[in-house]
Ligand binder design. Sequence first.
Ligand code: FAD
Ligand code: SIN
Length: 521
Amino acid sequence: MISTDFLVIGSGVAGLTYAVKIAEKFPNKKIIIVTKSSEDESNTKYAQGGVAVVLDAKKDSFKKHIQDTLIAGDGLCNKSVVETVVIKGPNRLEELMQWGANFDSDPKGNLDLGKEGGHSEYRVVHHKDITGFEVERALLKRAHQLSNISLLPHHFAIDLITEHHLKGATPESLSCYGAYVLDQKTDKIITIKAASTVLATGGVGRVYGHTTNPLIATGDGIAMAYRAKAQIKDMEFVQFHPTAMYSTEEGPSFLISEAVRGFGAYLRNKKGERFMLAVDERAELASRDIVSQSIDYQLKKSGDTHVFLDCTHLDLDAFINHFPNIYKKCMSLHIDISKDWIPVVPASHYLCGGIVVDMDGKTTIGNLFACGECSRTGLHGANRLASNSLLEALVYAHNIFKYQCEHLPENSEIEIPDWNDEGTTVPKEHVLIQHNLKQLQALMQNYVGIVRNNNRLCRANKHLGLVFDEVEELYIDSKVNTSLCELRNMVNIAHLIIAQSIGRKQNKGGFFNIDNIEVKA
Ligand code: FAD
Ligand code: SIN
């Protein structure tokens, strides 16, 4: 057993920002970060567009950013959360820059501001089209400079430790005492006892067949919190990004940033029509839910597999300067953006819901916090405004830090049992895990996509029941391994998305069920 003051699960923007702040403030306290892949692998690393922050005092204002966020969220945002996050944004960005993150400047030396869907002003701070890569680089560098942080890559958190694991405990209220963690190199399960635990495990994109998210995005933190009986909300609001590059190959889809539309690119169907003009006065820069639903409609009507992003009218040199990575990727696929349209299709991208937290990042379980994409703060409501996610993680990492400063956690004397894997064996057929995963991703893709209906949701529920039984059987009999745990977590996530979709009787933001049309509010 290892004992620590602070346990952080996940090394994306949320986990690292929080860990760095705690480590700087409390040099004598011990912070452990466990992360299941290499230290930088995360959704954060792939963020393209940037961080939405109000900086241009002449044209922009907090009021406008707040308003844009509320409009995108379609009436379901928590207004005071929105105000807090937007107003605290500039300070948090400043801090990130002090830790060494570099963002692009305009010719006058001010930060260059981009624009994305749903934003009424230019306010997206970016580092070319690889903003997340830069943020992750800077935070990791700072974390490595702090000797009280131990960063353990290839350590997979299996489950949170709560009263459910303690002998003789009769839980009236629940607390978290750390986590059971699989050391993927030695295959040993270690017990990490912690006075305070932060889940910063990111998103759930991989429950869908097509996603912009990397392989780590399997919803582990939300599933662990759900099994520990924390409150989970708004799971029906899965955000589909309108412009993932169309490909017939398996694996994560390459994203064509919304900032490319902010730069002036047009969406066209196969016939060459700019179909967004007829849908919304903001055309290609309408909020994501509207653009994705319109593409879905175009595809269903025509039977086509994708639509196109047309950049041929844009200034090529300026494009290459702003989006070098996207340009390089297109060229590697023989798409010359000065002549060719880029084939694009919506793909699952972001989860607006998750583990319910209050303003301090506290979950409904004692000593357990959640931060970043795995949390549900109330900022996004029914649909996240572009580039508000990195911002949310920065602000809430700070909020949790502030809370901890005022309520310094103490490790309890409680005795925690080691992980019990008596009677389990190594699974004989690993391929079964892959079969179940494919089934799960197909059912979510086909029945729980951008446009839903009651019949498809009921089918999804029924099919998921079969996958659930098979996976539980495998889990109970097997020595745990990462892919089996991830699959089990994804089954939990799919269950939450389907059940909460069935429960939602009003269409809002990114949630659209044809059978709810009559009660649209
Ligand atoms: P992540 O960055 O995903 O980090 C999660 C961490 O938890 C990872 O280190 C992971 O390995 C670890 N982990 C997960 N499960 C376990 C486990 N069981 N045990 C141990 N470790 C675990 N947002 C914006 O605001 N602006 C953008 O421009 C933008 N562009 C995007 C582009 C792409 C392609 C994608 C996919 C997302 C984009 N987003 C953007 C969304 C944003 O990147 C994410 O929401 C944000 O980075 C999430 O940060 P996080 O720290 O919460 O999670
Ligand atoms: C993008 O660059 O289009 C992604 C931005 C986001 O998800 O906020």
